[in-house]
Design a protein around this ligand. Structure first.
Ligand SMILES: [Zn+2]
Length: 239
């Protein structure tokens, strides 16, 4: 059974929001100016500008300076507002997950045809107005996104978790993850929609469409589980 524990790391939330320039609020321009005025090199360090390498300070010195600045910034009203909004988002997404987790796990069990080991992922949330979604390894997921369609966040959290469960190392496995989560799970969960009617990784869609006929057969085949299926399609040449 897959489970998610949602958390907010304030320093990560700050830097993620800071690097997305002013998309959360134009008021963040004040924070950008403030840091720039305190220390231009530390600003470059935090924003990730390569010019930081030609400053008069070493990266170690800059990280100490930047660390102090971040501690101060966490007390500003601009950051506190973003934090507050992310806390509301945490409440909302936790409720969504808790309400749907039994259903999602049983749909997944039916699709994957394996006993999913008890796995708890830690989800580090960022502001929902920005776009964030990645698997960090070691059962850690970073997430924060607008709800582009019904159950968007739940479907993509499962997508990220499948990177761990299916031990994704290549494009083919990633394509299968999209068939499992972005398509079959999404359709079953929302009781509407069709395969491939949402935007995804375009470079994967082509492979997914080629796997699709085998996938349809797999879903009906009770003797084959997801790992057998992956072994089977690895023998086929897709263009
Ligand atoms: Zn992915």
């Amino acid at each position: 059974m897959i489970d998610f524990k949602f958390t907010i790391n304030q320093r990560y939330l700050f830097l993620h929001t800071f690097r997305h320039k002013l998309k959360v609020s134009p008021k963040w321009v004040r924070l950008h100016n403030k840091i720039w005025e305190i220390d231009k090199d530390a600003y470059d360090f935090l924003i990730g500008r390569p010019e930081v390498m030609i400053s008069n300070y070493s990266l170690k010195q800059l990280s100490i300076k930047a660390d102090k600045i971040v501690t101060d910034i966490l007390h500003t009203k601009e950051f506190k507002k973003t934090y507050q909004e992310t806390k509301l988002y945490k409440k909302w997404i936790s409720k969504q997950w808790n309400y749907n987790k039994i259903k999602i796990n049983s749909i997944l069990k039916r699709i994957l045809k394996i006993d999913i080991p008890k796995t708890k992922f830690k989800v580090f949330l960022t502001h929902p107005q920005l776009t964030n979604g990645c698997y960090l390894d070691d059962y850690r997921i970073c997430w924060g996104h607008q709800e582009n369609w019904k159950n968007y966040s739940l479907v993509y959290l499962v997508h990220e978790a499948l990177h761990e469960i299916l031990k994704d190392h290549d494009k083919l496995v990633h394509a299968v993850i999209e068939l499992v989560a972005d398509n079959q799970l999404r359709i079953e969960l929302s009781k509407k929609g069709k395969y491939f009617d949402i935007a995804g990784h375009t470079e994967l869609k082509n492979i997914e469409k080629q796997i699709y006929p085998y996938w349809k057969k797999y879903l009906k085949d009770e003797k084959m589980n997801i790992f057998d299926f992956l072994k089977e399609i690895k023998k086929i040449k897709f263009v």
